[in-house]
Structures are given as C-alpha cells and as structure tokens.
Design a protein around this ligand. Structure first.
Ligand SMILES: NC(=O)c1ccc[n+]([C@@H]2O[C@H](COP(=O)([O-])OP(=O)(O)OC[C@H]3O[C@@H](n4cnc5c(N)ncnc54)[C@H](OP(=O)(O)O)[C@@H]3O)[C@@H](O)[C@H]2O)c1
Length: 203
C-alpha cells in the first residue's frame, strides 16, 4: 500500500510511520516537512498537498495524526482560543476527508486522530474535548454517505506512553497506552474493513 501520514513527525505520527514503513510505502507530511508541507488549518494547503501527492500516483490510505486545540481553564478561553481547535483539529481533519478524493484511491481509507478527552475529559480541556467529540460524530455520519467511495474512521487513544512524561500531571490516574497498542487502532482502520468506527483505545 501507499500511505500518506499527516503529522508523521510527531509522537504518534512517527510511531505510525515506522510501523507501516516495514511493509508499505509511506509519505510523511506536516508543517515542517520539506517534501510534503501542509498546514491542515489552511484548506488551500491541504488541496495543494493532495495535488502534489497525486502526481506520483494516488494513495491507498491517508492517516492524520495532526491538529491542535488550546488547553486552558474554561473561564480563560476566549472565542479566538476556541477557534484554534475548530480550525486546526476539527475542520482541518474534516477538510482532509472533504478533499481526500483528490489523492485517495476509490475504496481507500482515511484515519483521523482524536483522544480520550472526548469521553473522559480532564481539567482545562473544554475546547479539546469538544473538538474530539465533534470529530467522533462527524466520522460516524460521513461514513454513511461515503461508504461506496472511501472508508473513514478515527482512532481515539488515551495518553500514549511516549508522551506520558509530558501529560502525566494533566491526566491523574489515567493509564498510559503502550505505543504497540495504540498502533493497532491505525492498523485496524488502514488494513481492516471497518468504516465509520470510533476506535477507542483507553486502557
Ligand atoms: N500524545 C498523546 O498522548 C495523544 C493521545 C491521544 C490523541 N492525541 C492527539 O493526536 C495528535 C498528535 O499528537 P502527538 O502527541 O503526536 O502530537 P505532536 O508530537 O505535537 O505531533 C504533532 C504532529 O502534527 C504535525 N502538525 C501539528 N499541527 C499541524 C497542522 N496544523 N498541520 C499539519 N501538521 C501539523 C506536527 O508537525 P509540524 O509541527 O511539522 O507540523 C507533528 O508532526 C494530536 O491531535 C493529539 O491531540 C495525542
């Protein structure tokens, strides 16, 4: 398979890239990528990326492990702060699905990334949790309409082991998710036949 990974240099993304590279061709995209630069908060940038990717042949799968949202106490979040998450993690990933057909083969898959905050939020995450929950509903709904063309799923994991040192204090009592376990969510979406699924890996 040929797989495009957006956010492929991040904690989750680089683990995904390393895993799929063993058996597949993997293209790595992100804001700081020289070969496949993209900012998912910018729709034109997504279209430009997909146009460039298509030049070397359509891909079998797109994985997005990118997207930001502002973390702060609810009372301190401005409307502009909420818009960071809406533009980047929410609409950024929605737009990846909207324009996927430009570089994705028929019956190919798109796998998005959210996280446990959708179901088990912690302090300071009203924006991030809201965005994750929105993506879960979007994926279930869009899959109904797209099932003859592409598959769309989302992997929602708890704090992953490789980022635990960074987030441990924000997630008291949350067990870290081993990277191998997290990877199985992406494998299930890319190599399996599931569609419209919110793949939850919370323990
Ligand atoms: N870490 C966890 O425990 C965990 C658990 C569940 C879910 N998540 C979610 O999974 C996603 C990735 O998390 P992570 O920990 O791997 O983050 P990370 O280490 O900060 O990596 C983020 C990756 O996405 C790229 N990126 C960020 N914003 C982008 C944008 N607007 N357009 C294109 N690429 C962008 C970054 O590269 P550039 O800077 O070069 O663009 C980088 O490759 C996030 O949405 C996060 O909320 C994380």
């Amino acid at each position: 398979m040929k797989i495009l990974v957006i956010g492929g240099s991040g904690t989750i993304g680089k683990t995904i890239v390393k895993f799929f590279k063993k058996e597949h061709q993997v293209l790595v995209a992100g804001r700081s990528s020289e070969e496949y630069p993209v900012d998912i908060a910018d729709t034109k940038s997504i279209k430009d990326l997909f146009r460039k990717v298509k030049k070397s042949g359509k891909v079998d799968a797109i994985i997005c492990a990118a997207g930001e949202a502002k973390w702060a106490p609810f009372k301190e979040l401005s409307e502009a702060d909420f818009h960071i998450g809406l533009r980047s993690k929410l609409m950024g990933q929605v737009n990846v699905v909207r324009y996927a057909h430009k570089c994705l083969k028929r019956k190919g898959s798109v796998t998005l990334t959210t996280g446990i905050l959708a179901d088990d939020p912690v302090y300071q995450t009203s924006s991030a949790a809201m965005v994750n929950g929105g993506i879960h509903s979007f994926v279930q709904a869009v899959a109904i309409e797209m099932r003859k063309k592409i598959r769309v799923n989302v992997v929602s994991s708890g704090v992953v082991m490789d980022a635990y040192h960074k987030y441990e204090n924000y997630f008291p009592g949350h067990p870290p998710i081993p990277m191998d376990k997290m990877l199985m969510g992406y494998r299930r979406s890319v190599s399996g036949r599931v569609n419209g699924e919110v793949i939850k890996i919370y323990s």
